[in-house]
Design a binder for this molecule. Structure first.
Ligand SMILES: *Cc1c(COP(=O)(O)O)cnc(C)c1O
Length: 421
């Protein structure tokens, strides 16, 4: 590393830190409200050490699991929740919700355009279609997003002209260059949908959104939502798992798909790991706040270099994702390489674009996290396709993002994409 590049990178970072100071203060203050909600739920359920050991085998009557479900329901402002290590991922939790509730002949309508990559194979719009919803006779339609990435609210009535069992709303941008939906916007969509078809259910893919705002989609009328435990709610220590939350009847239907009809939510051991799920939830408000600061700092750094970023610095956030549009693959890969070198695990690895199960495009991923596939420590990835957008997320402390970004800045300068003049 040359000294001028190093000095320039330090200056860029200092300027970015300066820009985010007011937002940082606000974010840190927001932890208290969310943590109080978690503590209130623990108090209401009288959480104690006796909830940490699991019933083995069937896991029938496991007190820890029952308390865990009620605690999550309270924190997520939902009637019921099911939190399970048996959910392999967020995709699995979402798929269980969809298969659990939908029946042959039902129509599923996505209101937020093309869903997250891994759901395409679940729905049956890409891949082999083996066991997809389409194979089970679920009719799928989607309402395209507008050119600016917003929901086509004027088009909803037309899209709901046919009887529809469920609409799917994706809160987070996923791997698309679009604004994430705020909970208030989701609430308005729920209202619109229910006015047109009162019996139509609203499902929300809540991945990456948990605890970012003060309300969750289930507080504004969503019937059911699902997400991953190795994202926001796992607080960086949940070893695996996912959750569904919402109306009790629908949570049970999702559980009947996860386990079996008749067993539903009443089976499934916690492998003596429930302590980590409680502890992760306890840490989650702070981890989410730090992740938001890392996102803010990432936005400030790359906006400072003239790249388009979404959300903007100081902009509204409904998830922990920060998108940066590079427009070409080389800087995207260079930044991922720098982030990887600053990862706690696998810093020696060189992230190369590779296919991932469930994803259509090759992905370049900088994710040296303690939990495999988790994005809770500061990490970034991007599909190798136009317009070459980097999606950064996570971060257990803003200092980690500072280190990673400074290294990325040096790499950008060395690559000649920017630097001291
Ligand atoms: C992460 C994510 C999922 C689920 O992904 P998994 O890797 O299966 O946990 C679904 N939707 C969105 C928007 C996501 O960000």
């Amino acid at each position: 590393m040359s000294a001028p590049h190093q000095a320039w990178a330090a200056d860029q970072l200092a300027a970015a830190l300066e820009r985010i100071t007011p937002v940082a203060r606000e974010r840190r203050a927001g932890v208290k409200l969310r943590l109080e909600r978690v503590l209130e739920a623990f108090r209401a359920e009288r959480l104690g050490v006796h909830h940490f050991a699991s019933v083995s085998g069937y896991g029938h009557g496991d007190l820890g699991r029952e308390v865990l479900d009620r605690v999550f329901a309270q924190v997520l402002q939902a009637e019921a929740a099911a939190v399970r290590l048996q959910f392999v991922s967020g995709t699995h939790a979402i798929a269980s919700a969809l298969y659990g509730v939908l029946r042959p002949g039902d129509r599923l309508l996505a209101l937020t355009g093309r869903p997250y990559d891994t759901l395409e194979e679940v729905i049956g719009i890409r891949g082999s279609g083996q066991g997809s919803l389409a194979e089970f006779g679920i009719v799928y339609d989607e309402l395209d997003l507008l050119a600016d990435g917003g929901v086509d609210e004027a088009g909803i009535a037309g899209a709901l002209a046919l009887p529809t069992r469920m609409v799917l709303i994706q809160r987070s941008c996923g791997y698309s260059w679009r604004p994430s939906l705020t909970v208030a916007q989701i609430g308005r969509l729920v209202e619109r949908v229910k006015t047109i078809q009162p019996d139509c259910l609203v499902f929300v893919d809540n991945c990456y959104g948990e605890l970012v705002e003060l309300q969750e989609p289930t507080a504004v009328g969503a019937d059911l939502m699902a997400g991953s435990l190795i994202k926001n709610l796992g607080g960086t220590i949940a070893p695996t798992g996912g959750y569904v939350a919402g109306r009790a009847e629908m949570v049970e239907q999702a559980c009947c798909r996860l386990t079996a009809p008749g067993i539903g939510s009443e089976g499934g051991t916690g492998f003596d790991l429930h302590r980590l799920l409680f502890q992760g939830l306890f840490l989650a408000p702070q981890m989410v706040s730090e992740a938001l600061l890392c996102a803010e700092l990432t936005a400030a750094v790359f906006e400072g270099l003239g790249y388009a970023v979404k959300p903007l610095v100081g902009g509204v956030r409904s998830d922990v994702i920060q998108a940066v549009r590079f427009g070409s693959p080389e800087p995207l890969k260079a930044v991922c390489r720098a982030f990887q070198a600053c990862s706690p695990v696998g810093s020696y690895l060189d992230p190369v674009p590779a296919p991932m199960p469930g994803y259509a495009s090759e992905l370049v991923m900088a994710g040296g996290t303690f939990i495999d596939g988790s994005t809770s420590e500061f990490s970034a990835d991007g599909p190798l396709r136009e317009p070459y957008v980097l999606y950064a997320q996570g971060g257990t402390t803003a200092a980690h993002a500072e280190l990673a970004l400074e290294r990325a800045l040096v790499a950008m300068a060395e690559g000649g994409w920017c630097g001291p003049v």
